[in-house]
Design a protein around this ligand. Structure first.
Ligand code: ADE
Length: 243
């Protein structure tokens, strides 16, 4: 049986999915709640990564080791970094990099030591399904025509980026290292690395809640409260039908 883990960072992002969960069964493990059940007939486990790479790692390992999930899908929000990546847009990751990992000069900046790579690539098949699901989800919400669906690199780090100057510096340093990031968040690269280690498929969708600039904290809070859960609900619903 193929069980899909749906991981969200925050309770507000998860709520819409919990509302739809059939035959819900809660298990508390590693200080977290794991919700097993069915979404649109498919076996799933819903869990919170919490915030930051270490917290996300704990949840991901528990999902794989204890709950035996066969794939992980992350749904959440992110700050827009790339030109043309606006609040309300949706980004589907093709890969992740840790923007705060720097073991230079021993290793090239951003490279994860002993892996020989900076980027962790998302599963191609699951990501293609997520792209289709996001397209269907966006269309079903009848959002403004300017709402865009992006596909590319997401940068993760243990820092909420809340300054235009900081966002520019981060983005240009990444570009200098050959990494053109569309968005920034705080968990995806950790989950991608865990899934690489365990050889299970991973895909991620992030809705843009803010531009990682001086008003990011306000924009983030409003978006998470009012919008994020709805996006997760419609995109996951479409995805589950495609799996
Ligand atoms: N998630 C959503 N917005 C973010 C930001 N500005 N920085 C880091 N993670 C985020």
């Amino acid at each position: 049986m193929t069980t899909t883990a749906i991981l969200s960072a925050l309770a507000e992002e998860q709520q819409g999915l919990l509302d739809l969960l059939q035959q819900p069964h809660k298990t508390s493990h590693a200080g977290r709640d794991f919700w097993q059940g069915r979404l649109h007939g498919q076996p799933v486990v819903l869990a919170l990564s919490r915030i930051g790479k270490v917290s996300a790692t704990t949840t991901s390992v528990a999902l794989i080791e204890r709950f035996k999930v066969s794939r992980i899908v992350f749904t959440g929000v992110a700050g827009g970094l790339g030109d043309g990546v606006h609040v309300g847009d949706v980004v589907i990751a093709d890969s992740f990099v840790q923007h705060d990992l720097d073991v230079s000069p021993l290793f090239p900046r951003y490279e994860v030591p002993l892996y020989g790579q900076a980027r962790f690539i998302c599963d191609k098949v699951l990501t293609a399904q997520l792209l289709r699901a996001a397209r269907m989800g966006i269309d079903s919400l009848a959002l403004p025509a300017k709402t865009l669906l992006h596909h590319g690199l997401i940068a993760s780090g243990d820092r909420f980026v809340s300054g235009a100057a900081e966002a520019r510096t981060l983005s240009s340093a990444l570009r200098h290292g050959g990494h053109e990031a569309l968005a920034v968040e705080m968990e995806g690269a950790a989950v991608a690395q865990v899934c690489f280690d365990y050889d299970i498929p991973f895909a991620a969708v992030r809705t843009i809640s803010d531009r990682a600039d001086d008003t990011a904290h306000v924009d983030f809070s409003v978006f998470v409260r009012d919008v994020a859960s709805l996006y997760a609900q419609v995109i996951v619903r479409s995805l589950i039908k495609l799996l």
